[in-house]
Design a protein around this ligand. Structure first.
Ligand SMILES: [Zn+2]
Length: 217
């Protein structure tokens, strides 16, 4: 009954195209988008400096890129439910497995005050539910940095995030296999820096997963 009333007041819409969804649909995506979104398929893996794999179900383009920008910059935090599940499905199908804890790339306190939520944390929580792996805060952002999207080139991006993060709760990191979640991978500079922090705190392995990847390789 509660669900019926919710559907009458707030009809559910597809996260990617905005189409109204069948009220019995369990996911926030329409059949047309399942068909035509820019899925990475056999190109879902990216490489980085310290992490062993990074898995992303979608390319950062078209309606996938637009939905990610609404999720991140326009308050659409409810998208996390579907997006986190898409990440989890991709990890389950293509990842090497054995992950013991899930964590995320944090945002700075200043960005948190402005945005009101940490998008990667919401994705990590949802992925954690689907994968049945506990989610814990293992990294803190200790200084504010300009968005990576405003910095060009790998070297400059690496410098931008160098030393910007630190490990928290080291007892939860040492000896463990960590799955690190973010919204998008571009050059991999941010994920590499966070992986370095986790490794220095004793993580046995770090794998990454994001909703989108920017490169077509
Ligand atoms: Zn759709």
């Amino acid at each position: 009954m509660k669900k019926l009333i919710q559907n009458l007041i707030y009809p559910r819409r597809c996260v990617f195209c905005g189409e109204f969804l069948d009220k019995n649909s369990n996911e926030d995506i329409c059949a047309a988008c399942v068909d035509k979104l820019p899925w990475t398929k056999n190109k879902c893996k990216s490489k980085g400096e310290f992490f062993s794999e990074c898995l992303s179900p979608l390319f950062y383009e078209g309606s996938a890129g637009e939905a990610l920008r609404r999720f991140k910059f326009m308050g659409k935090s409810s998208y996390a439910r579907l997006m986190g599940k898409l990440i989890a499905d991709c990890v389950q199908e293509n990842g090497k497995g054995g992950y013991e804890v899930i964590t995320w790339v944090p945002i700075s306190a200043r960005r948190m005050r402005k945005r009101g939520y940490c998008q990667a944390k919401l994705l990590a929580r949802e992925a954690s539910k689907t994968l049945g792996i506990p989610c814990a805060r293992l990294i803190r952002k200790r200084r504010h940095t300009p968005p990576q999207s405003t910095v060009s080139g790998l070297a400059a991006r690496k410098a931008n995030v160098s030393g910007a993060f630190c490990a928290v709760g080291k007892s939860g990191i040492a000896g463990r296999s960590v799955l690190l979640i973010d919204d998008v991978i571009t050059t991999g500079a941010t994920l590499s820096e966070c992986t370095r922090i986790l490794r220095m705190a004793g993580a046995r392995n770090v794998s990454c997963a994001t909703l989108c990847k920017a490169t077509k390789k």
